[in-house]
Design a protein around this ligand. Sequence first.
Ligand SMILES: [Fe+2]
Ligand SMILES: [Fe+2]
Length: 407
Amino acid sequence: MKTRILFVDDEPNVLSALRRMFHDMRGEWDMAFASDGAAGLAMIAEQPFDVVVADMRMPGMDGAMFLREAQIRNPGAIRIVLSGHSDREMILQTVRPAHQFLPKPCQPAELKAAIARSLGLREVFLDERVKNVVARLDRLPTVPRLYAALLDLLSCEDPSMREVAGLIAQDVGMSAGILKLVNSAFFGLRTHVSSPAHAVNLLGLEVIKALVLGVGLFDRFRKEDFRDFDLEKLWAHSFGTGRLARLIAVGEGAPGAIQEHCYIAGLLHDVGKLVMATNFPDAYREVIAACQEGRGTVLDMERQVFGASHAEVGAYLLGLWGVDDPVVRAVYLHHEPGRDRWAGFSPLLAVHVANRFEHELVVISRGYALNPLDELYLAASGLSERLPAWREACAAEVARGQAAGEA
Ligand SMILES: [Fe+2]
Ligand SMILES: [Fe+2]
């Protein structure tokens, strides 16, 4: 089936340029062109699209307003904004509803790559409902304690950049949100940023303030809405896995960029659980109950109930948000690394091992079977004999953290 793509732009020249640029894609793409937001919404009402690409500045309904409507009326679509660099103020308005930001005029190859990348993981979803929820999401819940600390810091007269960055880098929801923004082409960075702390430094305090206080980029987790879901526990496991994955990378002498990939992939590896548990609390309760009764592994039960596991849901979300490929891959396969063809050390390997160690050394939830290590995969990577050294280093790190009173 062809991918349905809607382009919305008020300048007739831009629309005809897009039509020309993508003429050779007619075999794969079914394209529609609208000259304003209202016309675009009318087309959506007729038949939903897979991808919606909108201009930022348009008379009447601007790009931000249009995308917010599209988010409601066509929730499963991937939403891309095209904008000029002078639109910095306006861009902040699209931070939530847009998945990706591309500079205008756009290079056909860049737009093609962004679309192909975003569509990449959609095939794994059997369940339309889950796919739509993931694409509709525009922010993730954050740990209330960290969120409150961030608000306190930002209300100080002269907040410390290091402290702000440190807080954001500890939270799954805040880190993912900040990476989505900083990796948008809008900032014109040549390299991909995978470190939340680096991202905060690049954006600067004023933008962070505008995002947190003005745009509401982060959402405080409300315990009262999700009684059976322990965000603190998931947070502690995620943060712990990130730290251990980075420690393993450091031990292997991996370059700094790989160490960052290992940390962020570890921090975000279970983000799919957060998405599922907070968007489908009743169904996720069913998954947890079934695991506790020993009816199957978390992965099996999630696939049975949702048609997809938390690994797939998390990877799809992070891919849509423009997170680096090695990180998305590590999240996608953290329970099934043997499906990867790469041999040798990688963020996937580090997260697979760190996830197991973290469960083993810290949290053992009632009824949750320990995630088995994939021995064949480790042997194929040629790193099996490193396991005892990694386990020892991780145990020492966990003991150090516990002695210091950390989670
Ligand atoms: Fe997991
Ligand atoms: Fe995990």
